[in-house]
Design a protein. Structure first.
Length: 271
């Protein structure tokens, strides 16, 4: 690996949430001569910008913009991509939207949207692609979850729930597919410098517009992407990245003394 690349055995990838953040960084890392990338996201303009960067690196790129919360659009995208040549050997479920609002003050429509984007969309696309992977006897499924799956941090009730559901579903799928040629991995980012906090939904469904100070001091997207890809190469089912000492302490408390963590979270300012 003298050129610094991380080599995976597959040549075709579908990345949701590929227009920015970790998804865009994964696309750039995977872009190489002979690689085919299918990139999805809501913004056509940003998708094309990332696609252009990846093409400059030698990849063949297909940009398919759609709203992950729209089940009909998800189905159409899956059918279109499965009919492509080559069909994706790897699905990276990276699309996600966070939350900044109390459970009591959040509209149910916001809860539903977060679950559709972060959990149900990933499950539906996985179920659409998994049969072809099993038939080919080759493939890889990745879910980009979050540290939010591991602790009940305030102002993120549905986001925490969606990411915890991801962790449970894809962890179970990994166990069910053990012994097959299809691997399943759950990435668990901590603090990564992306726009996820600025794009997080308030209780009314508006974008929060504010950068979480913990995120602004986190690792960059490229580092997170490389950690994830190295974890896949190493065969790890759970892949952690961006975990600061503060997050490691929180994880320890969540596992060993959850009552203490609850008292801490009830008395600290969370943004």
């Amino acid at each position: 690996m003298t050129d610094g690349r991380i080599y995976l055995p597959w040549r075709s990838y579908w990345i949701t949430g590929g227009s920015s953040g970790i998804g865009a960084s994964l696309a750039r890392e995977l872009a190489a001569s002979g690689t085919t990338l299918y990139l999805s996201g809501r913004s056509s303009q940003r998708l094309e910008e990332v696609a252009g960067e990846c093409r400059e690196r030698g990849a063949t790129v297909h940009a398919l913009p759609f709203d992950m919360a729209d089940a009909n659009a998800r189905g159409r995208a899956a059918r279109e991509i499965l009919s492509g040549d080559p069909a994706p050997e790897v699905l990276i479920n990276n699309a996600g939207i966070s939350q900044r609002g109390t459970a009591a003050e959040t509209d149910f429509a916001v809860d539903r949207r977060i679950m559709e984007v972060d959990f149900l969309g990933a499950v539906e696309l996985t179920k659409a692609l998994l049969p072809s992977m099993l038939e080919r006897d080759s493939g890889c499924i990745v879910a980009v979850s979050s540290v939010a799956a591991l602790a009940p941090v305030p102002l993120r009730s549905s986001y925490n729930a969606a990411k915890a559901a991801q962790l449970a579903f894809f962890g179970t799928l990994a166990n069910e597919l053990a012994g097959t040629a299809v691997s399943v991995h759950v990435a668990i980012p901590g603090f990564v410098r992306t726009a996820v906090s600025r794009n997080a939904l308030t209780g009314s469904g508006d974008a929060s517009g504010a950068m979480d100070p913990n995120q602004s001091g986190g690792i960059d997207g490229k580092t997170a992407a490389r950690d994830i890809l190295q974890g896949i190469v190493a065969g790890r089912t759970r892949i952690f990245t961006g975990f600061t000492p503060k997050l490691r302490i929180m994880l320890f408390l969540a596992r060993r003394v959850p009552g203490l963590l609850d008292r801490i979270l009830q008395n600290v300012e969370v943004r």
